[in-house]
Design a protein around this ligand. Structure first.
Ligand SMILES: Nc1nc2c(c(=O)[nH]1)N[C@H]1C(S)=C(S)[C@@H](COP(=O)(O)OP(=O)(O)OC[C@H]3O[C@@H](n4cnc5c(=O)[nH]c(N)nc54)[C@H](O)[C@@H]3O)O[C@H]1N2
Ligand SMILES: Nc1nc2c(c(=O)[nH]1)N[C@H]1C(S)=C(S)[C@@H](COP(=O)(O)OP(=O)(O)OC[C@H]3O[C@@H](n4cnc5c(=O)[nH]c(N)nc54)[C@H](O)[C@@H]3O)O[C@H]1N2
Ligand code: SF4
Ligand SMILES: [Mo]
Length: 733
């Protein structure tokens, strides 16, 4: 990684007072040093919240005239505690991105050729509305699918629901955390949610299964981790790659990729065999414990060593460490868990080990989130769809998420026309070309459509395939919906513009309302300006709107969030208990207790392709942000140093990767290191852009997405496991 702007990342520990991860790595920055000189007093401060990822940290933007100066965390905000992560601090770069979309565009060439004519908003929205009306007449409103990621999609979602489609989806379920939510729901009848309900700050021991916190930069988690490290938390890091956080671990387990289930079931066995589990919790709340005991007794540390490559002693000591510290200890449920296609079952194994530790709702493990109560806006009822969702149907994937749906199943319906045809995609803030596995399938689906609309801020890969591209104002230039996130303290946050959009970009609420008008659905927007909507909701909730605008955050009254403060355990499973044995799974013919199955291994000379986060980028959306680009302008290939030597490669050399289906990547720089196993390689996700419009980043680094042609669908919930692609090295490029 190239951190040319070291100063940017420097931290004064006096400012923040926390040592450990964030500080020692220099992650949280002192923005005063950003420009290498003390800055003048800012003219205007605007309270808002960040949009560089979905954490939605409260922030204060400083501007002078119509120029952004800097952005900092809002001290009132429970998510940021006054500090942004490096991506958030560099967030102001989105507005000066030289590639930005400036005005609405209509396609003139073939799909994907990126040939456009500039049109007015009226022309663009009329074009869309006409097509949507025709599709409704010919196929029904269900044939329009809406893909959106993040809070900015709320108002367009409202328009699309009013239009009559139930097919509203996001990659956050089937390509991200769906398996985790299903694994915990099946076991405890409760979800993990986002932000995760993990109480890292007060924890005495935590195991991270591939969850690379510290590179995965979700702000509150990293801040809490810093504090926990200061307080002496024991960390157990299970990762084929010696991640940043592995450097802080008491026990590092360099697991063979794809074998985590073996480790988890062995841990369960050890807890039982050594009498280390929470007997009171298990006897009061457990269901099917006897069956669990019988099932896991075969998973011994010696057997586990053969499967995972982890020394038996390390397996035993690491779980003893968790047991010793229970209930203030836990196995982190992870977040991006769509790895091998049996991910909901692996998440269930994580829920089971946690339940043996008796840690649910305990301080230092899983807290009970609380949320501010703010009423919604009284809209007319949406039309009901007789056809129902195209993606979440019947018995195919019994635990597919009904809210976020299955992007991949909507893609299938767009290709096959079954169970009914999807004829249009309306895409808001999700780069589906890079987010979904198998780009060829995505392009095939798009080529079958009658209409493809993309709302974006830059000419992303997905925008390149659109019929109509709508340029949105960035989060620093617009209003947005209220942020009411369940967390440790109840609060509401507001997003308001710090500066005006520089060209003909518009806010999502404006686009949604105008489009509704053109679809003859104006009555679904009974307010004129978004502020009428925001003010109505805030005042109905009994809060002061001017105060919210000024402070950015209003806090509610704290409620208990731990057993220690009076929270009572409740489990919304069919038995009302913690289901070690799941009757729901048994009834549908699935393993009622998770079992270990082997996954295919890379053939000799091939490596498993692993990928993850860069601390200074978000997915495939920040590479062209000039500030973040300066911090990291291309990704690197982590390659075991012995393998590198065999190939005569050293750090800094370039290679290409070829996957099992013959796909060849862009050039990528080698990082020869001992910090990764010999059977896999790793790169950060999001680089290797090939949209012509993204001039400043075109072709820089390699794209993991382009190499993820193979995926395995989780039979429980329909998510796409993506860690099953094997690559060979093409040297001398
Ligand atoms: N190969 C591979 N696939 C993955 C992953 C991986 O690591 N590797 N990770 C998976 C995970 S965990 C997730 S959550 C998903 C993420 O998938 P996505 O949410 O699709 O992530 P991005 O690639 O960042 O795409 C976001 C898009 O929104 C645009 N955008 C940014 N800001 C705004 C805005 O203010 N308004 C509008 N209208 N648009 C905006 C960006 O330009 C970009 O085109 O991907 C999943 N897919
Ligand atoms: N900076 C930054 N932070 C982010 C994001 C971002 O874009 N940028 N995105 C956010 C989002 S939406 C998500 S979902 C999270 C994702 O972050 P995480 O939930 O932490 O998940 P992954 O990206 O899948 O994790 C990658 C790690 O898993 C390891 N790994 C790969 N295969 C295996 C395996 O078989 N077993 C084990 N034990 N480990 C394995 C890899 O070596 C790598 O260290 O990050 C969040 N935080
Ligand atoms: S975690 Fe970082 S990028 Fe995400 S919202 Fe917070 S400050 Fe912004
Ligand atoms: Mo994610």
């Amino acid at each position: 990684m190239i951190f040319s702007r070291r100063k940017f990342l420097q931290i004064s520990s006096a400012t923040f007072g926390t040592a450990a991860v964030a500080t020692s790595l220099g992650y949280f920055s002192d923005t005063k040093k950003l420009f290498g000189k003390e800055i003048e007093e800012p003219v205007k401060k605007t309270a808002t919240y960040c949009n560089i990822c979905f954490w939605k940290c409260g922030a204060i933007a400083y501007s002078k005239g119509n120029k952004l100066w800097k952005i900092e965390g809002n001290p009132l905000d429970p998510l940021s505690n006054g500090r942004l992560c490096p991506r958030g601090t560099g967030g102001i770069g989105v507005s000066s991105d030289p590639n930005r979309l400036k005005s609405p565009l209509i396609r003139v060439g073939k799909r994907g050729e990126e040939e456009w004519k500039v049109v007015t908003w009226d022309e663009a929205l009329n074009f869309i509305a006409d097509k949507m009306k025709t599709i409704k007449t010919n196929y029904g409103p269900e044939s329009v699918a809406f893909f959106a990621h993040g809070i900015g999609g709320n108002f367009l979602k409202h328009t699309l629901k009013a239009y009559g489609t139930p097919n509203i989806t996001a990659p956050s379920f089937a390509q991200c955390r769906g398996p985790r939510e299903v694994g915990f729901e099946l076991t405890l009848g409760q979800f993990i949610g986002s932000p995760e309900r993990t109480d890292i700050e007060n924890s005495k021991a935590m195991a991270l299964i591939g969850s690379h916190l510290g590179e995965n930069m979700h702000n509150s988690q990293v801040q809490e981790l810093s504090k926990a490290i200061e307080n002496g938390i024991s960390l157990i890091v299970v990762d084929p790659r010696f991640s940043v956080i592995a450097g802080k671990a008491k026990y590092y387990l360099p697991i063979k990729p794809g074998t985590d289930m073996a480790l988890l079931l062995t841990w369960a066995n050890i807890l039982i065999k050594e009498n280390l589990y929470d007997k009171e919790f298990v006897s009061q709340y457990g269901f099917g414990f006897e069956q669990l005991v019988a099932e896991v007794s075969k998973y011994t540390p010696e057997w586990c060593y053969i499967e995972t490559g982890i020394e038996p002693e390390l397996i035993v000591n690491s779980i003893r460490e968790l047991a010793k510290n229970k209930p203030a200890s836990f196995v982190h449920p992870g977040r991006h868990v769509t790895w091998y296609g049996d991910d909901a079952q692996r998440s269930r194994a994580i829920a089971i080990v946690n339940s043996l530790l008796g840690n649910w709702n305990h301080k230092g493990a899983f807290f009970q989130p609380t949320k501010l109560s703010v009423p919604g806006y009284p809209y007319p009822e949406y039309p009901k769809s007789e056809k129902g969702r195209v993606d979440v149907r019947g018995e195919k994937y019994p635990w597919a998420g009904a809210d976020e749906g299955l992007t991949n199943e909507i893609r299938n319906a767009s290709i096959t026309g079954a169970p009914y045809p999807i004829k249009a995609w309306f895409v808001y803030a999700t780069n589906l070309i890079n987010a979904l596995p198998n780009q060829d399938e995505t392009i095939k689906a798009i080529n079958n459509l009658d209409l493809m609309v993309v709302v974006d801020v830059v000419p992303s890969e997905i925008a390149g395939y659109a019929d109509v591209v709508l340029p949105e104002s960035t989060y620093l230039e617009r209003w947005d919906d209220l942020n009411i996130t369940p967390f440790k303290k109840p609060f509401v946050g507001i997003r308001q513009p710090a500066v005006n959009p520089p060209d003909d970009q518009k806010d999502n609420w404006w686009i949604a309302k105008k489009l509704a008008d053109k679809l003859d659905l104006g009555h679904f927007f009974p307010w004129n300006h978004i502020e009428d909507y925001l003010k109505f909701r805030i005042e109905k909730g009994g809060f002061n709107y001017s105060e919210l605008k000024e402070k950015g955050i209003i806090l509610g009254t704290n409620k208990p969030i731990y057993i220690e403060d009076g929270v009572a355990n409740e489990f919304f499973t069919p038995s009302g208990k913690v289901e070690f044995y799941s009757t729901q799974l048994a009834e549908k013919g699935f393993d009622p207790i998770p079992k270990y199955t082997k996954h295919e291994e890379p053939p000799a000379g091939s490596f498993r392709l692993l990928f993850g986060r860069s601390p200074v980028h978000t997915f495939s959306q920040t590479q062209s942000n000039p500030i973040l680009q300066e911090m990291q302008s291309e990704n690197e290939l982590w390659l075991n140093i012995d393998i590198a030597n065999q190939y005569g490669l050293k750090s800094g050399d370039y290679v290409k990767l070829k996957n099992q289906d013959g796909k060849i990547s862009n050039k990528i720089k080698v990082k020869a290191t001992q910090r990764i196993r010999t059977d896999c390689v790793f790169m950060t996700h999001g680089f290797g852009h090939n949209s012509k419009g993204l001039k400043s980043v075109f072709g820089k680094g390699a794209s993991d997405s382009a190499l993820v042609t193979r995926y395995k669908v989780d039979p429980l919930m329909g998510g796409t496991g993506m860690n099953m692609n094997f690559v060979t090295l093409e040297v001398g490029v």
